[in-house]
Each structure stands twice: as structure tokens, then as C-alpha cells.
Design a protein around this ligand. Structure first.
Ligand code: AHR
Length: 654
């Protein structure tokens, strides 16, 4: 954070345009906290879309490492005598492996190579851990040679590995990359002098330097970009992948835990959801599974918020009720939910708590939120959800259950589902909206009139989609989200959680845009939208202050949007002010009730004259927050809000 703010924002020193004449008055009652702010309020929503997990956050560099893709050798090229086998395999749920037999001639070769996820990114000087489950068929020592090959087919680095047991064993060797190559491949030779065959299974390559130095770990830059948001909540594993295109391919959390070699492959619906962005090699290895998700949440200091299937396959893809589980057959799905709570929170002598302990985490993860169903609709949703609510309330009354208001921010389904969610007394209702920037500006007051008595709101998926500009992650979209979020903040008594969506996208393999963080095999870039999320995450405060322009909240008048909070721990008053117009605006701000304060306020600004500006992998800092200081002349002061800007003023109480 500090580093970012050290970057002096050129924008702060832009020639000042003439401010509009109206002086907008805004009064903040610094001694009137109207509601608390959930410490978990701003968070992250993770889904394996756009190569977000396999090929992204999950640091595994080998695609189809267990040969379980429906085309078993997809991602691999073989040469010489290579046979795909499934008899006597070491992992029952991943039964395929390859047998490499001698070519029969000293100048012919047997082996295979893997293309990675749009190539394998290697960094000069970085060490990689190659591992494989293997056995020597005759029990004699055989050698395999592992090579890094660059995009021009040159050998970069190589290491030998001896396979010397007739029994399946895990072997590993470390290789350091001698240079940087974003699109390498991994080649494995059976040594041409070998007289015997070897079997290979679960062929894996990880950078040694993963986030938190974990073996089955996460790509460091991407995980760090999440932690840097200071997320309060972490929703996973999706999205539509929770539901599945059919129930067989829904995300099955039980398949995603236990030894990684034995986690079965699942289809990834984003492989075929959009035929114009088609990815036949997109599957879920479950290598990044529920244990790793809980661990990541804990590492980031965020509350885990898993979402489970309610027994409905994706309703966009299934009109026929026969695609879904009949209500009377929901038991296994309900049991999955109860078992998940036990996995997360149960004692180590319970069945699922023991598995958590065996995986290295005897302490509970203290999960308190659980989503049931993703974007569901129709009477089929509440009638199924009701079964879950009853069972969970009975067994675990403290778990906060999250229902859904469907895929839209308004309309027939939304209007039907909200009363149903109230009837079922869920704790939070997940709302989703992917709308254009104007909708976001216009809806900054969306929650001002929400029912204060019913379930709370979880804005579980939202993003501003600037359609005319190809839905780019441009500053227009980020500014509209920032202004909209003043409304989330002002209504923090109703909106308890909020997460932008989706999170990640590989530049060579995305299905959906915009996304919060873009990456290639070696680099990543934070969008302007990421910086907005970061500002809210870092300056969320603990209580909402009453504030008004005249009698109303400042939400769109003169294109200004504002909210005020207090951080009781840090003793700070935090003002957030957005200006959506292309003219500066003058404000007269009164901080009533504030007696002693440091007149040098911290002033963080994101501003751009060109709303189309984006950050790219090559130019990652086109639009970032800049920090300056702002002199308060008293507790009533004038503030010029730059054109097209979002500002955070932090005033220290004394
Ligand atoms: O975020 C992308 C998708 O949008 C999610 O999977 C789904 O919940 C929504 O339709």
C-alpha cells in the first residue's frame, strides 16, 4: 500500500480547471455514528473462470498432470514408446498414468512434453520443484531427464532423476531457470541408455517460491494482490461453477480435499459457456480446493464464505426440472453442507474435523458464513433452500446463511425472491449486478430506502460494464464503482458484505471481462477497479457518520457522491468523495462536533482526464491513487473536488 501511495500522482498537479460556481455544502456529524460497519464488509469473490485457479492463482505449471482430461493426453505431446494405462494405478480417483518404454534404438527417444497453461512461465534464477509419482517396472534404476525448453525449442535447463523402486513413490528434483521465458514447455526423456520401462503419474512443476512457501501453493504475485486488498471476506469457489452445467459437474467440495494426487478432475463450465470464447482445455484439477481456500482466507485475515449447491444445476442452462434434485432427494446435498461446517469448525475427533487436522490444520477455521445456491430463481429455489435452512439452523444455529435474489438487480425474479428470503429468515441475501457505469452512478442511493428489518444485503457480484468500450477495466468503470460504493458505505447497516466480480483473468485465456486483476504467465496488473476496492478495504472505518447536503445524502447532486465514516480504533474521520463530471466542483464541508484534529489531512486521489484510461501489463501504473496532504483551515473548510476524481480524506482526531 505504502509503495503505491508513494507514487506521486501526476494527476494531483494537473492544471486546475475552473470550478463550477455552485458551492455544494456537505455537513458531517462527526459525533453521530448512525451504524456500525461490518469489519468483513469489503472482500473478494473467487471463481475459477478466466483460468483463475488452474493456470492462475494455483501455482501448478503442468496442465493435465494426472492424464484425466477426457482426451487423456491433452496438453501433452508424446514421442517414442508411450502408453496410456489405467491398471494398477496409485490413485484410485485418478486412474490414468503413462508408461515410458525404451525406444529400442540408441538414436531414437521416448518421452513426452507438456505445454503448460498457454506456456509455462519461468523466471531467471527462480527454482522450480519437479515431482512425479513413478515406478520402475523391472525394479532396476532408470533415469528420466527433465528439461525446460524455450518457445524457440532450445534447451534452457535440464536435470536427471533416477527411478529405482518397483513400488509407486514420489520423486522430486529442483531445477533453476537460467533465463526468463514466459512460454516454455517441459520435456521429459526416458534416458536412451535405459533398458527398462517406467510408469509416471501426477507430473507436477511448481515454483519453489509460492505464497507462504507452501508446496501445493499459490502464485505469489497473485495471492499478494489479494492480500493487499485487506479483504474482510472471501467468497469461494464461484459463481456458476458451484451449480454446474449439470449436477454431476457442480463444484463438489468433498472431491477437493484430501491428498492432492487423489482429487478427481471436474469439468469447468467456462470451457464451453461462451462458444465465442471457447477453451476445450479448461478443467478443474481441484488442486486449489476447499482446504486451500480456507487457508488463504485465514492467511489474508478474511472471513471464509463458501457457497454450496442447493441441488439446482445452472438454471441458465437447464429449463427442464429433471436437471435438478427433487426436494425429497436433497439429503446428500444437505449433508454436504453440514459436513462442510464440520470440516471447517468441527473438533479433530469428528470425521471431517479430523480430515482438516490430517491436512495440517487442527485448529478450526471458525467459518461463520455459508452461501446456499448461487444465482437461483423461481419457486424451485426457496423450496430447496428451506430444507437447508431448517437443517443448518438445527445443527449450527450460529452459522449465517446466505440466500439469493437471482441474477439481476431488479425485475420479476428479484421481486419474488426478496420476500421469500425474508420468509425463510436467511441472514443475508446475495445480490448480483453487472451494469453500465450510468446505472452505478444512478444507483448510489439504491440502498437508502431498503427495509432495515429484513435480511441484510451481500452485494456478492458486481462490476461496472462499459459496453461501448468493450467492457474495459477503464477509469470510467472504476469511478462509477467508487461513487456507487459511497452508497454501500452510507448504508452499512443494511449492506454487510460486498465483493467485486470476477477476480482474475489470464490475458490469453479469459472468458469474461471486466475482471479485477489481469495476468500472463509471469506478470500481473491491478486495474483501476482494484485500487478502488483497495481504498475501501483500507479505509472502511468502524462506524458510519450521519452526513447530508441539505436534507439529503450527497448522492448525485452536482455529480458529487460522498460518505463519511469514523475509525474508532485509529481515531480518524474518513471522507470519501467522488466527482463524476468533467468539471471540478467546490464543496464547503462542515465537520460538526469535531473539536481537536490534525489540520494536515491525508488526501488520496484517483483522477483521470481521460475516462478510457486503463492499466496494462506493459503500463501497469497509468491510473493509481496518489497521496498528498490537504490543509484543513478549520472544521468548516472548502474543498475543490477535481473533475472525474475519487478522493479519500483522512483526518486524525486529537
Ligand atoms: O462472475 C461471473 C459469473 O456471473 C458468475 O459465475 C455468476 O454467478 C454470474 O452469472
Amino acid at each position: 500500500m505504502k509503495k503505491i501511495f508513494l507514487i506521486v500522482a501526476v494527476s494531483l498537479f494537473l492544471p486546475a480547471l475552473q470550478a463550477q460556481n455552485d458551492l455544494v455544502e456537505w455537513k458531517v456529524q462527526t459525533n453521530k455514528t448512525v451504524s456500525d460497519i461490518n469489519p468483513d464488509m469489503y472482500g473478494i469473490f473467487f471463481e475459477d473462470i478466466n483460468f483463475g485457479a488452474d493456470g492462475g492463482l494455483y501455482a501448478e505449471l503442468i496442465k493435465n498432470r494426472s492424464f484425466e482430461f477426457p482426451q487423456n493426453l491433452m496438453g501433452w505431446k508424446t514421442f517414442g514408446k508411450v502408453e496410456l494405462r489405467s491398471i494398477d494405478a496409485p490413485f484410485e480417483r485418478n486412474p490414468h498414468y503413462v508408461r515410458l518404454s525404451p525406444s529400442g534404438h540408441g538414436h531414437k527417444h521416448t518421452g513426452l512434453e507438456n505445454e503448460g497453461f498457454r506456456g509455462i512461465g519461468l523466471k531467471e534464477g527462480a527454482t522450480y520443484r519437479f515431482s512425479v509419482w513413478a515406478r520402475s517396472i523391472d525394479g532396476k534404476s532408470q533415469t528420466i531427464r527433465i528439461e525446460f525448453i524455450d518457445a524457440q525449442n532450445n534447451i534452457m535447463d535440464r536435470k536427471n532423476l533416477s527411478i529405482d523402486s518397483r513400488e509407486w513413490q514420489k520423486y522430486s528434483v529442483e531445477i533453476t531457470a537460467s533465463r526468463t521465458e514466459p512460454k516454455a514447455l517441459l520435456r521429459i526423456f526416458l534416458d536412451s541408455r535405459s533398458r527398462g520401462a517406467v510408469d509416471l503419474e501426477h507430473i507436477s512443476l511448481f515454483p519453489k517460491d509460492t505464497w507462504m512457501d507452501r508446496e501445493n501453493g499459490l502464485r505469489k504475485d497473485l495471492a499478494q494482490a489479494l492480500a493487499d486488498l485487506k479483504p474482510g471476506v472471501f467468497r469461494f469457489p464461484g459463481g456458476c461453477i458451484v451449480e454446474g452445467t449439470d449436477l454431476d459437474t457442480r463444484y463438489n467440495w468433498k472431491n477437493s480435499v484430501g491428498p492432492v494426487e487423489n482429487r478427481p478432475l471436474n469439468e469447468n463450465r467456462w470451457h464451453y459457456t461462451f462458444t465465442n470464447r471457447f477453451f476445450p482445455d479448461y478443467f478443474q484439477s481441484y488442486g486449489l480446493g476447499f482446504f486451500e481456500f480456507f487457508q488463504l482466507a485465514e492467511d489474508m485475515g478474511a472471513e471464509p464464505l463458501p457457497v454450496l449447491s442447493v441441488g439446482l444445476a445452472c438454471q441458465f442452462q437447464n429449463n427442464d426440472m429433471s436437471a435438478h434434485v427433487p426436494v425429497e432427494e436433497l439429503d446428500p446435498y444437505v449433508q454436504d453442507a453440514l459436513d462442510l461446517i464440520e470440516f471447517a469448525n468441527g473438533p479433530v475427533d469428528s470425521e471431517w474435523g479430523k480430515l482438516r487436522a490430517d491436512m495440517g490444520h487442527p485448529e478450526p477455521f471458525n467459518m461463520k458464513y455459508l452461501g446456499i445456491g448461487n444465482e437461483q430463481w423461481g419457486p424451485e429455489f426457496p423450496e430447496r433452500l428451506e430444507v437447508f435452512v431448517k437443517a443448518i439452523r438445527q445443527a449450527y444455529p450460529d452459522i449465517q446463511i446466505i440466500g439469493s435474489s437471482g441474477p439481476s438487480a431488479e425485475g420479476e425474479q428479484f421481486d419474488y425472491l426478496w420476500p421469500e428470503m425474508k420468509r425463510l429468515k436467511v441472514d443475508l441475501v446475495d445480490e448480483h449486478y453487472y451494469k453500465d457505469p450510468n446505472w452505478f452512478f444512478a444507483n448510489a442511493s439504491r440502498y437508502d430506502k431498503y427495509d432495515r428489518k429484513g435480511p441484510k444485503v451481500f452485494a456478492g457480484e458486481y462490476a461496472s460494464h462499459d459496453h461501448p468500450r468493450g467492457k474495459a477495466n477503464n477509469f470510467r468503470s472504476a469511478l462509477s464503482e467508487a461513487c456507487f460504493m459511497t452508497g454501500l458505505e452510507r448504508n452499512a447497516d443494511v449492506v454487510r458484505l460486498a465483493t467485486y466480480a470476477p477476480l482474475f483473468a489470464h490475458v490469453d485465456a479469459w472468458q469474461w471481462n471486466p475482471d479485477l486483476i489481469w495476468f500472463d504467465n509471469l506478470r500481473s496488473v491491478k486495474t483501476p477497479n482494484w485500487y478502488v476496492q483497495q481504498l475501501y478495504g483500507h479505509y472502511k472505518g468502524t462506524g458510519v457518520l450521519r452526513s447530508a447536503s441539505g436534507k439529503e445524502a450527497l448522492s448525485g447532486q452536482n455529480n458529487l457522491y460522498a460518505s463519511a465514516v469514523r475509525d474508532a480504533g485509529k481515531k480518524e474521520i474518513i471522507l470519501k468523495i467522488g466527482n463524476s463530471s468533467n468539471q471540478p466542483q467546490r464543496m464547503k464541508i462542515e465537520l460538526s462536533g469535531l473539536k481537536k484534529f490534525n489540520p494536515d489531512a491525508k488526501w488520496i486521489t484517483m483522477q483521470a482526464n481521460d475516462l478510457n484510461v486503463v492499466n496494462t501489463l506493459d503500463e501497469p501504473f497509468n491510473i493509481v491513487p496518489g497521496e498528498a496532504s490537504f490543509k484543513l483551515t478549520g472544521n468548516v473548510f472548502e474543498f475543490e473536488v477535481k473533475a472525474q476524481s475519487f478522493n479519500v480524506l483522512v483526518i486524525a482526531e486529537e
